[in-house]
Design a protein around this ligand. Structure first.
Ligand code: ZN
Length: 197
């Protein structure tokens, strides 16, 4: 992904309130001065359409027949990538057994070339499951595209991977080494109100 693309993606995400600056306690317990709630940008169809086009452009030159996304987070951005590519969009979802599956009459055929799209990826578990569904049906994987890659370890996915934004560029701190704590700034657990911990 070029710097200009990442910069534009960050601009859209910031405008939508999906990327915020502050003092946050992450689920991991680490503190950060940035937080990403990716879904916030999906509230805005015009911005999401542009992000979808950027992800579609990242796979320019590839033949793609269908975009597949894991539900729920990937559905909206997957749909916009498919719109930009002029192909169909489907999703996989977890059933009562907890396994990812195609439902609602969705599916892929052995001749199809598939792009897997997700909004945020952390461990890559869901997109790996979707990839296994796709290859299990005999279809080919063209690649994986994400708005935000927040993985800490290499994802080790079975096809080329592109992300508009890389979460690993975000600075995190152990609480006892956090400069914002040292400065006495109240810490916020994202999605809740400031507290004093
Ligand atoms: Zn802190």
């Amino acid at each position: 992904m070029t710097a200009a693309v990442a910069e534009r993606a960050a601009e859209l995400m910031t405008k939508a309130g999906a990327l915020t600056k502050g003092h946050f306690r992450l689920t991991s317990g680490l503190h950060s001065d940035e937080y990403c709630q990716c879904a916030k940008v999906l509230e805005h169809p015009v911005m999401t359409e542009e992000l979808g086009r950027m992800l579609a452009d990242a796979f320019e030159g590839e033949t793609i027949d269908v975009v597949v996304s894991p539900a729920i987070g990937g559905i909206v951005i997957g749909y916009e990538v498919a719109r930009a590519l002029g192909v169909r969009a489907i999703w996989a979802e977890r059933g009562a057994d907890g396994a990812m599956a195609f439902r609602r009459g969705f599916g892929v055929t052995p001749s199809e070339r598939v792009l897997v799209i997700e909004d945020v990826v952390t461990t890559g578990g869901s997109v790996k499951e979707v990839a296994r569904l796709v290859t299990g049906a005999g279809a080919s994987l063209v690649g994986f595209g994400f708005i935000m890659d927040r993985s800490r370890e290499p994802l080790d996915l079975p096809a080329p991977t592109k992300a508009l934004l890389e979460g690993r560029t975000m600075q995190t701190y152990q609480p006892d080494e956090c400069p914002l704590c040292a400065a006495g700034v109240a810490v916020v657990k994202p999605g809740s109100r400031p507290d004093t911990k």
